[in-house]
Write a protein that binds this ligand. Structure first.
Ligand SMILES: Nc1ncnc2c1ncn2[C@@H]1O[C@H](COP(=O)(O)OP(=O)(O)O)[C@@H](O)[C@H]1O
Ligand SMILES: [Mg+2]
Length: 301
């Protein structure tokens, strides 16, 4: 990316917001527990970072229906999300969490307010442009997994690539790689019914990341899972954020899951009620422990 490229001018540029891949970044290994979100450090070199966050919502409103039955689901949401952040959205049922996620993921349009995605005005885009933006930059994970039932794990994961017009060989290669990254090598030909809930959600995560999205939107991803499987899913989300720099937005009502996030935003009555950084995310503590164990091992302690 060249400095001075402005997504608001020339339309959204793919290179501009693809997540950085600090796979070979040695500093990733010795990140200390006091570090701020690591991916931003490496990814923030781009010019676009200087001015605008990845996502900026200003006075976002959403009204379902009209007249006497109009329902105000969002009543003026202001929210900035930086690339590489991991944000948990909490709040009572009906407070507008899913509505906000759908708007951010371009599945729906706001009734009012401004939504900028890296400086580009999303509410000004037409339907096709929003669909393209969605397919290119967003991955979705839902509570109910939303997999095609009589379709293999492999084919479920290939689906977004089919929409993108990838060749059969490329679809196969990328889907196999995505399934491997969620620990499902060997399960490619199983249908959802032949998989556990945790495995189904991992297929859904593979499907969400196979297009290498900049942002992962997860709406109660552990809502249908027991504690053990939930933790596995959180570890996966953590790694996608920490190792690949993917920005993660996750709705959850479970404090234990929110504790994995680097930032926790509470919604009440269609507005942001509180917004705080989580200085000690669960995954960071686990990383620090693993690093300490490694050091002890090396020192023969
Ligand atoms: N498609 C819809 N049509 C009408 N009302 C809706 C629709 N989706 C959500 N709502 C209403 O909007 C409010 C916010 O819903 P939602 O965003 O799903 O909340 P949350 O995810 O926090 O539980 C709720 O009162 C809900 O009933
Ligand atoms: Mg919801």
């Amino acid at each position: 990316m060249k400095p001075g490229d402005d997504p608001a001018q020339g339309g959204l540029t793919a290179d501009l917001i693809m997540p950085e891949r600090p796979a070979g970044d040695p500093s990733a290994a010795d990140r200390s527990a006091t570090d701020r979100p690591a991916p931003q450090g490496s990814a923030a070199s781009g010019a676009a970072q200087a001015g605008s966050p990845l996502i900026r919502l200003r006075g976002i409103r959403k009204i379902y229906g009209e007249g006497a039955t109009a329902l105000h689901a969002l009543r003026g949401v202001d929210l900035d999300i930086d690339r590489g952040d991991f944000v948990a959205i909490m709040g009572p049922s009906g407070s507008g969490k899913s509505t906000a996620m759908n708007l951010i993921g371009c599945l729906d349009r706001p009734s009012g307010g401004q939504y900028e995605f890296l400086g580009a005005r999303v509410e000004a885009l037409d339907r096709d442009q929003r669909a393209r933006l969605r397919r290119r930059y967003f991955g979705f994970i839902f509570q109910g997994f939303n997999l095609l039932a009589r379709t293999s794990a492999q084919e479920n994961v290939e689906l977004p690539l089919l929409y993108r017009g990838e060749s059969r060989a490329e679809r196969h290669r990328l889907a196999a790689r995505a399934l491997a990254s969620v620990g499902l090598t060997g399960w490619e030909h199983h249908t959802p019914a032949e998989l556990s809930g945790g495995q189904q959600q991992r297929v859904a995560i593979a499907r969400a990341i196979v297009t290498e999205p900049a942002v992962l939107l997860a709406d109660e991803p552990t809502g249908n899972l027991d504690t053990h499987r939930s933790r596995e899913i959180m570890e996966l989300l953590w790694r996608l954020n920490a190792d690949r720099g993917i920005t993660v937005l996750m709705v959850t009502h479970e404090p234990e899951m929110a504790a994995w996030a680097r930032r926790i935003v509470h919604f009440v009555d269609g507005m942001v009620d509180s917004d705080r950084r989580n200085e000690q995310p669960t995954g960071l503590a686990a990383d620090a422990q693993a690093a300490a164990a490694k050091t002890n091992e090396l020192e023969g302690a």
